[in-house]
Design a protein around this ligand. Structure first.
Ligand code: AMP
Ligand code: MN
Ligand code: MN
Length: 325
């Protein structure tokens, strides 16, 4: 394990010298997780490599529109032998999930490619760029710097990865380099209107029902600086919700004028509480707050998976935020 980033050339050597790869990402995958897997995996396949695409929770329904997304599978119990395990967009190794870790256990080399500032660099080789707005952009940097093939499926996947992690190219992590990347992907034939419609204008109705129920729990405290809402596990059963249905809804309360921190508390089927936090203010670092509870992420977007019940998790986390506000 090394704290230093490997060079992109060294990554290229690893790609050339091995034949069988598993590309993997964090459980409850988002657009950046799946998009990065498909982006790098399809490029490796185009080089003639054998690639497995594993995710603990499999492919979420909202990303089924991505070309070749059917390649994403839950890790098999009887896993094939792989040379290299590549974790993408995964802040800590445990976020890969137990089955995924077991399936990849025999890999001779672990590569960790990520953009989370809290990443402890758990790979044999690490390429962690916390200035990158999305792991998808790092994948793009690697593919283009090495002159690897960039198939159409990888092009679309990288675009969705970066678009979803930047709030549609809006957050201040978005740089000129990000727009240049997007322009290059458009030059390579990406259908902008079509892919954005599939990403953002195609929600199942149950997601809107969830939004309505969440709004009924919304509370504003700390003179309007802290907004939070909560989802009970029973709703998942009643509304037949999928994990991805809550993805991004927090942006709605983050967008309230005067709000500095938005928090989403979700009760999980195992009784644990998933906490999603967003800050609009560099002086409130939600990654540091998440770290107090074993979570992590980025300064302005972070998460925790902590013990329940809901009431005590809320009290602990809201108190920690209030101390900073
Ligand atoms: P989310 O609120 O789930 O969209 O996550 C916000 C950011 O924090 C993402 O970049 C996640 O990868 C990261 N994150 C979420 N949950 C955790 C966790 N339990 N540990 C470390 N990082 C997390
Ligand atoms: Mn992610
Ligand atoms: Mn990401």
């Amino acid at each position: 394990m090394s704290n230093e980033n490997v060079s992109i050339e060294a990554l290229g050597e690893i790609f050339r010298q091995h034949q069988t790869f598993a590309v993997m990402s964090h459980m409850r995958p988002d657009g950046d997780a799946i998009g990065s897997q498909l982006g790098l995996g399809l490029a490796l396949e185009a080089m003639g490599k054998t690639v497995f695409y594993w995710n603990e929770d499999g492919l979420p329904e909202n990303l089924e529109f991505l070309p070749c997304s059917e390649k994403i599978a839950q890790p098999p119990a009887e896993a094939p032998v792989i040379d290299v395990a590549i974790a993408l967009d995964t802040a800590t190794k445990v976020r890969l999930g137990e089955n995924n870790l077991a399936a990849a256990a025999k890999a001779s080399l672990w590569v960790n490619i990520d953009h989370h500032i809290s990443n402890p660099r758990y790979g044999d080789v690490n390429y962690v760029d916390a200035t990158s707005p999305a792991t998808g952009q790092i994948v793009y940097d690697i593919i283009t710097a090495l002159g690897m093939p960039l198939p159409d499926g990888a092009r679309d996947a990288i675009y969705v990865a970066v678009s979803t992690d930047t709030g549609s190219f809006q957050y201040d992590s978005t740089t000129a380099r990000t727009y240049r990347m997007a322009a290059d992907l458009v030059d390579r034939g990406l259908a902008v209107g079509e892919i954005n419609a599939k990403t953002y204008d195609s929600h199942p109705f149950r997601r809107i029902e969830l939004m309505r129920a969440l709004l009924n729990t919304l509370e504003l405290t700390c003179e309007g600086k802290l907004a939070h809402w909560q989802m009970l596990d029973q709703w998942r059963i009643d509304m037949d919700l999928k994990p991805e249905d809550s993805e991004g809804l927090i942006d709605m309360i983050r967008a309230i004028r005067g709000v500095q921190v938005a928090v989403f508390f979700e009760e999980l089927p195992d009784g644990k509480i998933r906490v999603s936090m967003r800050s609009k203010d560099r002086s409130v670092n939600v990654c540091d707050i998440a770290a107090e509870f074993g979570g992590g992420g980025h300064a302005l977007a972070a998460g925790i998976r902590m013990a329940g019940p809901m009431a005590s998790a809320k009290e602990l986390v809201l108190q920690a935020i209030q101390r900073v506000l």
